[in-house]
Design a protein around this ligand. Structure first.
Ligand SMILES: [Ca+2]
Length: 510
């Protein structure tokens, strides 16, 4: 029986090879009536380091993520995938829209928000008839804790949502009871208490966010498996508060449990969060243990999600895109080696992330894709996979990489530049050259000494050749003045476009 299925799939693939070029010659062509639209599952992890995925040959020796690795084993592992910002909110604004978030956030910072005149990935899928769902972290840096704003998932394309709208959320404390007793349940970028569910709120007396989000996702795909769905599972793991992990995982790594926040004895939640969201009370080596425990729980839950997909018979025709929203944090025990820097900065450690795609019906298995891509490409790539045409007025900054990944060739526009600007830090990459200015140190908090490589600051723009120097250790600007000037001009041109011809002058694209 299995053999028969494989032969039928092989036959379908042959047909697809014949039909596909015709489809994409005519951008508005509809897919064949008989074609079963793929489901799309986007799994986003939070602050996962570049060395913290064991599918990578360069992964850290203490890392084991067997379930995440299943996505690479049955699909494609990307070694040079970038996000659009080294921190959560702007990175999420970028991939959700396929556009540089600087278009509406011209002085790029922590809180781009989501304007009305940009179409989100969920809206494209919903307009095409998909059932859409989101679970977990919803963070565009603006409109937090509110349901009547554009940033709330049900107001930008999602039919269903369970999760939180803030930068961080307590992993354990999810009840209305603790919310009422806490003087500042939303007192910082981190929140505790009830989760948002659709247009209401839901209290969990017990539970753990990684497990609750997975349960919800499994229920969603079981309920909606008979029709094409678009599901975004956005875990808050492995973000602070990293020590908040079920005890059985802590025991595995010898990490001592730390009591949960208690409003009766510990003052404000803000103080509790600040105490543990940095090195100090927790030392370098213990922080790594908490990180490994937190990641192990995440990995097992991703395994449950993959099992459920297979159990429902949906695995073959579901396109999974997996990535971290930014590089590993220097305060959580993450490891970005061999890259320089971390979350918050524009060296590779802040921007280059674990990224995988799996679609057994269409994509090769066990492949490594070594060419540079961006999470800006997620929107056009998944739309092409679903044969959903973009409107002629579309002005996406990302581009579909589907055909290039299918055939294991570089993207046709392999010389395209990639740009980053966040606070006073920026960078531009074209080909193997990268120009970086990351002026300020991250912040006064002490950073990990054992996991972070390289200084996070450069006083002047520095030029690196990534192929020969992926760790950005040797500034070769003096020997390459023409390259330096070319990249500087590219960046200034891009920054000028973001600041003067940005989204404010555009009409709604569709
Ligand atoms: Ca993040």
């Amino acid at each position: 029986m299995l053999k028969l299925i494989r032969e039928r799939i092989a036959a379908m693939k042959n047909i697809a090879v014949f039909v596909t070029p015709l489809l994409f010659l005519t951008a508005c062509a509809a897919p064949p009536e008989s074609a079963q639209k793929p489901n799309v599952l986007i799994i986003v992890t939070d602050d996962q380091g570049y060395a913290d995925l064991s599918a990578f040959a360069h992964s850290a020796s203490d890392i084991s993520t067997p379930n995440m690795d299943r996505i690479a084993q049955d699909g494609v592992l990307f070694t040079q995938a970038y996000v659009t910002a080294p921190v959560c909110s702007p990175s999420r604004a970028g991939w959700n829209t396929g556009r540089y978030q600087q278009r509406w956030d011209p002085k790029p910072g922590w809180s781009p928000g989501l304007p009305n005149n940009v179409t989100t990935i969920a809206e494209f899928f919903k307009q095409a008839g998909y059932v859409t769902g989101k679970v977990g972290k919803n963070d565009y840096g603006d409109g937090q804790q509110k349901q009547d704003v554009r940033e709330y998932p049900l107001n930008h394309g999602y039919d269903e949502f369970l999760g939180f709208s803030s930068h961080a959320h307590d992993f354990f404390l999810l009840s209305s009871e603790i919310e009422k007793r806490t003087p500042d349940p939303y007192g910082h970028s981190a929140a505790l208490g009830t989760l948002f569910e659709n247009r209401g709120k839901r209290s969990f007396e017990n539970g753990y966010t990684t497990e609750i989000f997975t349960n919800w996702a499994i229920d969603f795909l079981k309920r909606n498996g008979s029709e094409p769905f678009f599901l975004n599972v956005a875990y808050n793991s492995v973000h602070h508060l990293i020590h908040e992990v079920p005890k059985r995982y802590l025991d595995r790594f010898g990490a001592p449990p730390i009591p949960n926040y208690d409003p009766d004895t510990m003052g404000s939640y803000y103080d509790y969060y600040q105490k543990y969201a940095q090195l100090g009370v927790i030392g370098d080596e213990d922080m790594r243990k908490y990180y490994l425990a937190n990641l192990a729980c995440l990995d097992e839950n991703i395994g449950r999600l993959l099992d459920a997909l297979e159990g429902a018979g949906l695995s073959e025709n579901t396109l999974i895109v997996f990535f971290s929203d930014n590089g590993g944090s220097p305060y959580t025990g993450a490891n970005n080696r061999p890259l320089r820097g971390s979350k918050y900065v524009t060296f590779e450690g802040g921007l280059r992330v674990p990224f995988m795609m799996r679609w057994p019906a269409e994509l090769p298995a066990g492949q490594i894709y070594p060419h540079a891509v961006s999470t800006l490409d997620v929107l056009p790539t998944t739309l092409e996979a679903a044969a959903i045409p973009l409107p002629p007025t579309s002005r996406l900054d990302g581009r579909s990489i589907l055909q290039a990944v299918k055939t294991a060739v570089p993207p046709t526009t392999s010389d395209r530049p990639f740009f980053w600007e966040f606070s006073d830090r920026w960078a531009v990459r074209q080909g193997e050259w990268k120009l970086v200015k990351s002026l300020s140190a991250i912040d006064p908090r002490p950073t990990s000494q054992i996991l972070t490589s390289g200084d996070s600051a450069e006083d002047q723009p520095a030029l690196f050749h990534l192929q020969s120097d992926p760790a950005e250790e040797r500034n070769v600007a003096p020997e390459n003045p023409e390259v330096f000037q070319r990249l500087m001009r590219l960046f200034e041109q891009w920054r000028g476009e973001m600041r003067t011809a940005g989204l404010a002058n555009e009409k709604l694209v569709n």
